[in-house]
Design a binder for this molecule. Structure first.
Ligand SMILES: Cc1cc2nc3c(=O)[nH]c(=O)nc-3n(C[C@H](O)[C@H](O)[C@H](O)COP(=O)(O)O)c2cc1C
Length: 475
């Protein structure tokens, strides 16, 4: 039997995440995202269908030009209002047993000491089912929300992420040795201080003393997800990610991204199977092809051209979405050049209009057909080197109910989807062991702080000595 694909449900704690305009459908339950029962019900549906994980996207501010008004985002329900997914995971953890729970957290939005503590707490609550999608952010308004004057430069954002993960790895992997937690009632020792260490981390943006306050959780480090597609993003994934998310217009492009990232990972001493790649796809399912096509036409009736353009931040210099019939040659956007280049390559027989871009995006990565046709297509994605699929929804919970009821049985029949959950924490389900493997950079911090410095003075002296030694080598 072939290796099954993994399946994540890609969601966001808001009304309009990816497919803009669909919240207006009568069957769209995502309008009730404030109601915790919406999410508990969905998590249980997904667990019954044996999805591997529920993956929450998140942003920490508005899209678009921060100097312009944000009317279009408010009208569209486009990621405003939105709630914090990390808090929600605690509720989902106690109403499910097996499904992985992934949250997105931007490095600007939380101090690493606090973030590491929150993740450990969630990993304890969920008995080891937490994953973290590491993002560096693209929204100027988010930067302003955290006191920065502007969006940090792209290369610098990834340098920041490097620094951030270094700290949380030290706390999760290095601060507590195995066996530090005693719970020894007779001996009156709850934990063994000789096995708990301060980390004395100092770098450009942070100074963190430690120790980590939580005792080790089932996975210690949550499963690490990443979704950057630039060269720096792929480099970061190659070093850090255990699951990488890609949105690729074709299987060939997916294969190129997978191969390139795996090649980079090998340079960092990791193996190809250390990173699982998930392609984001949405599905329109019919009993017959004709029924699927009819449903597609109906979804298309709800597409909001304005919503897709606002999400891509294709805005004029005053922050307005262009009128749909604007020719591409009249578009002068300061934000996402990649999208307009995509449009000029996709439509070559006439002058492309800006609305064409919204339609390209709405139809991108869409698979329409019967469950059998969808299974055929997914088999091809697997053959292109993809390990899993991020199922993007039109409506909650309907898109996932339909996928679970109609497509999953066909996939299972063909060995393309798991029949049962494997035992143990999420990492064990995905990779066969609950803790990060020794090839991951975080593993280098295991035992690294035993016998380490007892004060900042000692820590600084040790750092200076290491610097001097390195300088000697260069001489
Ligand atoms: C499937 C997918 C999901 C993403 N989810 C988020 C998200 O939830 N929040 C966010 O701020 N960025 C998200 N991103 C954006 C990336 O994580 C990354 O920050 C962005 O692409 C800029 O990095 P890059 O220049 O390396 O591509 C997502 C990207 C992809 C492909």
């Amino acid at each position: 039997m072939p290796k099954p694909l993994h399946f994540n449900a890609f969601v966001m704690n808001t009304a309009s995440h990816i497919h803009h305009g669909q919240w207006r459908r009568p069957d769209a339950g995502q309008t009730e995202f404030n109601d915790v029962d919406t999410w508990i019900g969905l998590a249980q549906t997904l667990e019954a269908a044996k999805f591997d994980a529920m993956f929450f996207a998140d942003v920490s501010g508005l899209y678009g030009d921060p100097e312009a008004d944000f009317d279009v985002y408010a009208h569209q329900g486009l990621q405003i209002p939105s709630n914090d997914p990390t808090v929600l995971l605690a509720a989902l953890a106690v109403h499910t047993q097996h499904i992985g729970l992934a949250t997105t957290s931007n490095v600007v939005q939380n101090h690493p000491f606090n973030f590491a503590r929150q993740m450990s707490t969630l990993d304890h609550i969920s008995r080891g089912r937490i994953a973290w999608n590491i993002v560096t952010g693209i929204n100027e308004n988010a930067s302003r929300n955290y006191g920065l004057p502007a969006l940090t430069d792209h290369t610098e954002r990834y340098a920041w992420a490097d620094e951030y993960v270094d700290i949380v790895y030290k706390l999760w992997e290095g601060s507590w040795d195995e066996g530090a937690l005693l719970k020894d009632k007779e001996g009156s020792r709850f934990s063994d201080p000789s096995k708990i260490h301060k980390i004395f981390h100092q770098s450009a943006r942070y100074r963190v003393e430690g120790p980590h306050l939580p005792a080790p959780s089932p996975q210690r480090t949550p499963v690490l997800f990443q979704a950057g597609s630039s060269t720096s993003g792929r480099e970061f994934a190659a070093r850090n990610a255990e699951a990488a998310f890609i949105i690729a217009p074709t299987r060939d492009v997916a294969r190129q991204i997978v191969d390139d990232t795996r090649r980079r990972a090998a340079i960092h001493g990791r193996l190809p199977e250390d990173i699982k790649f998930f392609a984001g796809l949405s599905f329109i399912i019919g009993e017959t092809e004709a029924e699927a096509k009819a449903k597609e036409a109906e979804y298309d009736r709800y597409v909001s051209v304005e919503g897709y353009l606002a999400h891509m931040a294709i805005l004029d210099r005053t922050g307005r979405v262009y009128p749909p019939k604007t020719p591409l040659s009249e578009v002068d956007t300061n934000t996402s050049k990649g999208f307009t280049e995509w449009l000029s390559k996709a439509i070559t027989d006439r002058e492309p209009l800006i609305e064409d871009l919204a339609w390209l995006q709405a139809r991108n990565s869409r698979i329409v057909g019967t469950p059998e046709q969808i299974a055929d297509e997914l088999e091809l994605w697997r053959d292109a080197g993809v390990d899993g699929i991020n199922v993007i929804n039109w409506v909650i919970p309907g898109s996932f109910e339909e996928f679970g009821e109609k497509v999953m049985p066909v996939l299972r029949e063909r060995g393309l989807a798991q029949r049962e959950y494997a035992e143990g924490p999420l990492r064990q389900k995905l990779f066969g062991a609950p803790l990060l493997n020794d090839r991951h950079p975080a593993a280098g911090y295991r035992g690294a702080f035993a016998g380490g410095p007892a004060s900042w003075e000692e820590a600084n002296a040790a750092a200076q000595a290491a610097e001097d030694a390195a300088a000697q080598v260069h001489v």
